[in-house]
Design a protein around this ligand. Structure first.
Ligand SMILES: [Fe+2]
Length: 342
């Protein structure tokens, strides 16, 4: 591609006349807006260590009462995108949230979609549009766009989880806002999906509504990965997608979630895809090679790979499996017609 003219080549009086008329020449910016063959991204392969996060988050519990925080969160920010922008990738926000025994994060709803991956503790529930979702380590809990949600904790130990939101996207689109609510009347989940391929019938009817399943229990996900690993060739990722059980589609509009198992001693290459991805280690320690960046991750660590990154994952343990939960931007990119695998 040939080089184009620059701003410096233009006379100062011409530039100031343009600025006075709110006009900008395109050609000096054209190559950075439409770079050859691959996008520019500010997202860097990044790693957030649980060992660093946990004590700082617990300290936030001492420093800032819930009334002053509403949501007591430390944001996992990608240094490549500027820490102050609170982004893991162009569209993914990640935050580690703490609720102490007896506390409630009050009811609200907002346009951004959210999902939680529970990291530590027991005794808390997230109430989503009235449905009570117990929070146990490894559980994935959805709070889709527009649904009321609050977090209550009547247990005895701190509860911590990873929030995954499409907040940067919604802010970019000028559609991000929240509405405060009052405490919800909580009821247990109305429908229980007892096993894959079996959908409950209530009064002869299938479940209505866009989000029939809000809580994906970790123990069942883990068992399913173990079962699948028996029939998966080594080196082929043992991977399950979190789907809407009524449609088989992605569980949220914008992000896809999956669970991945690395058997002892196993190495897998993931396909190079245009969507940025985040990984959270639910169990086990391992290595990740993200482009030129090598990461040694431990249980409860989180890391991210930019779009089109090459991703190699390794479990060097001879006896223990590694379990990861991943989130990526593929549903959003598919809807826009820009998703690709190279
Ligand atoms: Fe929220």
């Amino acid at each position: 591609m040939k080089a184009l003219g620059t701003l410096e080549e233009l006379p100062a009086d011409y530039l100031s006349e343009l600025a006075r008329a709110n006009l900008v020449p395109l050609w000096p910016s054209l190559r950075s807006l439409l770079p050859p063959r691959a996008p520019n991204t500010a997202t860097l392969p990044s790693h957030w260590r649980w060992k660093a996060i946990r004590p700082l988050l617990l300290r936030a519990g001492d420093l800032t009462p819930m009334e002053k925080a509403e949501r007591r969160v430390l944001v996992l920010a990608n240094p490549g995108r500027g820490l102050e922008n609170l982004q893991a990738s162009a569209t993914i926000y990640l935050g580690m949230q703490l609720v102490l025994p007896g506390e409630t994060a009050p009811s609200h709803r907002h346009t951004p979609n959210a999902a939680r991956v529970v990291v530590e503790g027991e005794g808390a529930v997230t109430v989503v549009d009235g449905e009570s979702c117990p929070m146990l380590p490894g559980d994935l809990i959805l709070t889709p766009t527009g649904q009321w949600h609050e977090h209550r904790h009547e247990g005895r130990v701190p509860v911590i989880w990873l929030d995954v939101l499409d907040l940067p996207l919604m802010v970019y689109l000028d559609v991000s806002y929240a509405i405060e609510g009052t405490p919800q009347q909580a009821r247990p989940a109305e429908y229980a999906y007892p096993a894959g391929g079996l959908a409950p019938l209530a009064h002869g009817r299938r479940v209505q509504g866009a989000y029939p399943l809000l809580r994906y229990e970790w123990q069942r996900t883990r068992d399913a990965l173990q079962a699948l690993s028996g029939s998966c060739e080594r080196g082929t990722p043992v991977q399950l997608a979190y789907v809407n059980p009524e449609t088989g589609g992605d569980c949220l509009n914008t992000f896809a979630f999956a669970a991945l198992m690395l058997r002892p001693g196993e190495e897998v290459m993931l396909p190079r895809v245009s969507a940025a991805r985040v990984f959270h280690a639910v169990e086990g320690n391992g290595e990740a090679q993200l482009n030129d960046t090598a990461i040694n991750f431990e249980q409860a660590d989180t890391f991210c790979a930019p779009g089109l990154a090459s991703v190699r994952l390794n479990n060097r343990s001879s006896g223990a499996p590694v379990f990861l939960i991943t989130a990526d931007e593929s549903p959003l990119q598919r809807k826009l017609g820009v998703y690709e695998q190279r």
